[in-house]
Ligand binder design. Structure first.
Ligand SMILES: [Zn+2]
Length: 269
C-alpha cells in the first residue's frame, strides 16, 4: 500500500502540473467516485493552484474554486501523468484528468480500495486525522502523550491514522527496527529514551524513503509511472528468514493485530 513516502513522491513528481488548467475528466469506473459535494465538472476551466498531501491522501486545490479533489490510492492504486500523444496502456484505468499543458493525469487501481473525493471542506474531511510525522508538531513530547497508558501494541499504535498520519506496515516495521523496539510491546511500556529514539527513527525512515522515491514491491509507481528505490534499503520489511543486516540473525515475521510484522529478535527489545 502506498504510504506517506510514496504519496509524497507522487506529489513531488506532479508539481510541474501546478497552474495547469483542468479541461475535463473522464470517470471510467463510477465506483472510484467516493463523494461529490459538488458537480465535478464545475472544476473544468479552473487551474490547479496547489497539490498538497495529508497522510496518505493527495489534495488538489483549484484557483477561484471552493471545490477540491482528494485522491487516495488504496492498496494498489497509481496516479501518474501521460503526455497527450502517448497511448494509455495500463489496465484498470478508472479516471483520467485532461490538462491544458498537454498532459493527462491517470488514476489506475486494480483493486479499487482507493478513490476520488470531490469535497468543499478540507478541514472537515481531515478532522479526525492525526499529526504529520515529518512536521515539527510531531516530536518526542507528542509521541510520549500518544503512547502514555496505552496497552495496544506499539506497532498498531503507529498504524492508527487518527494518531499519526501516513505510516503503514512498511514504515512502522522499519521505524521500530531503527529504534530497537519490538513491535508487540505495549505502547505505554516505552521508556522516555525509547520514545525519543522512535520519534527520531520515524522521521529518519520516512525522509530517507522519500529521498529514494518510495518503496516498490509490486504496485507503487511515482508520478512518472516509475518504480521507487527504497525497497533496496529495507532492514526488516519483506525480509522474513533473511539475515538481519546488523547482527545476522534471521528476521522474524508474525502477525500483530492482524498485520504481518517483521523484526529482529536480537536487535529489538
Ligand atoms: Zn539484528
Amino acid at each position: 500500500m502506498p504510504e506517506l513516502p510514496e504519496v509524497e513522491t507522487i506529489r513531488r513528481s506532479l508539481l510541474a502540473n501546478e497552474n495547469a488548467v483542468l479541461l475535463k475528466m473522464e470517470i471510467l469506473h463510477p465506483a472510484v467516485l467516493r463523494r461529490q459535494d459538488f458537480e465535478p465538472a464545475s472544476l473544468y476551466g479552473k487551474s490547479i493552484a496547489r497539490i498538497a498531501r495529508r497522510g496518505k491522501f493527495l489534495i488538489f486545490y483549484f484557483a477561484q474554486s471552493s471545490g477540491h479533489l482528494i485522491i487516495h490510492l488504496g492498496m494498489s492504486g497509481r496516479f501518474y501523468m501521460v503526455d497527450k500523444d502517448q497511448p494509455l496502456t495500463g489496465k484498470h484505468i478508472h479516471a483520467v484528468l485532461h490538462l491544458d499543458n498537454g498532459r493527462r493525469l491517470v488514476y489506475q487501481d486494480a483493486r479499487r480500495f482507493g478513490g476520488l473525493w470531490f469535497i468543499t471542506d478540507v478541514e472537515e474531511f481531515f478532522s479526525c486525522m492525526g499529526c504529520e510525522p515529518l512536521e515539527d508538531e510531531f516530536n518526542p513530547e507528542l509521541l510520549a502523550k500518544l503512547v502514555q497508558g496505552r496497552k495496544v501494541a506499539i506497532k498498531n499504535l503507529l498504524l492508527n491514522q487518527n494518531l499519526i498520519a501516513g505510516i503503514g506496515n512498511i514504515y512502522a516495521d522499519e521505524a521500530l527496527f531503527a529504534a530497537g523496539i519490538l513491535p508487540h510491546r505495549p505502547a505505554g511500556s516505552l521508556t522516555s529514551e525509547e520514545v525519543q529514539r522512535l520519534s527520531q527513527a520515524i522521521k529518519k525512515v520516512l525522509a530517507e524513503s522519500i529521498r529514494q522515491r518510495g518503496t516498490t514491491f509490486r504496485d507503487f509507481r511515482d508520478g512518472y509511472n516509475q518504480s521507487g528505490g527504497f525497497q533496496n534499503h529495507l532492514q526488516v520489511y519483506g525480509r522474513c528468514h533473511e539475515p538481519c543486516r546488523v547482527c545476522g540473525h534471521p528476521i522474524v515475521r508474525d502477525r500483530i493485530g492482524g498485520r504481518s510484522s517483521h523484526y529482529c529478535e536480537h536487535c529489538q527489545h
